[in-house]
Design a protein around this ligand. Structure first.
Ligand code: HEM
Length: 205
């Protein structure tokens, strides 16, 4: 059935989502600027190599679809805006392949993409909360969580349409495994100091 993929992804990652949401606890009062910056740095360290891995796995026909969903530059812009340092994103610890879930076919790529695209839905609540807590000017320092702005709903619908049209039913199990693997690895990366990382110089996107 057409929507089986999306409903399976939602149901089978629901526990992962609540665990991550509770661990990050971004909607609390008293959020500190330093902890928010540290979290953005960790996101950057995951999202930059993850985008490389997904981009490398997608066929040319999906490059435009994926390129408009890349968010590494938004994370870099937030870090520069919050620190005032134009080189703020250049020495961040980047996850290596062992810290990312295996992404090697359309099913796993779209399962993993589901997690990152879905995070823009929560971002609609997180972005204004962060701005209010930290006294940010509109779009300055919360661009990552504000991802697609007013286009969030239409980008999410377009993602869903594309996912069901390109992932064959035989790829659904791989998609669900990759989505769970993405939540788990993101949780591990964001929430502990990961020794399994390499320092890079320059943006990795
Ligand atoms: C404190 C952090 C978070 C909060 C408060 C939050 C909240 C939400 C909310 C309210 C929705 C439903 C929005 C809607 O249906 O319009 C949602 C959906 C979603 N979020 Fe989060 N979220 C958080 C973090 C994350 C993170 C870090 C990720 C992954 C990187 C994530 C992945 C998803 C996914 C995949 C969905 C789509 C579920 C579906 O409908 O299939 N969320 N989130």
């Amino acid at each position: 059935m057409r929507h089986d993929l999306l409903s399976r992804l939602k149901q089978e990652t629901a526990a992962c989502h609540s665990r991550l949401e509770h661990t990050l606890d971004l909607m609390r009062d008293g959020l500190q600027r330093d902890e928010y910056i540290a979290l953005l740095e960790r996101f950057y360290g995951y999202v930059a190599p993850w985008e490389d891995a997904v981009g490398a796995c997608l066929p040319a026909s999906l490059h435009a679809f994926f390129d408009e969903r890349r968010k590494t530059s938004l994370l870099a812009a937030d870090l520069v805006a919050l620190s005032g340092d134009p080189a703020a994103a250049e020495s961040i610890m980047i996850a290596n392949a062992r810290s990312l879930p295996p992404i090697d076919d359309l099913g796993s790529a779209f399962g993993s993409l589901y997690v990152m695209e879905g995070s823009t839905l929560g971002g609609r609540f997180i972005a204004p909360h962060v701005a209010e807590q930290l006294g940010l000017a509109p779009g300055v320092g919360n661009a990552y969580f504000d991802g697609y702005g007013a286009r969030t709903g239409s980008m999410w619908n377009a993602f869903r349409e594309t996912a069901v049209s390109v992932v064959p039913e035989t790829g659904y199990d791989a998609a669900v495994s990759a989505a769970i693997g993405t939540f788990d690895s993101l949780q591990a990366w964001l929430c502990v100091d990961a020794p399994d990382a390499r320092a890079i110089s320059g943006a990795a996107a």
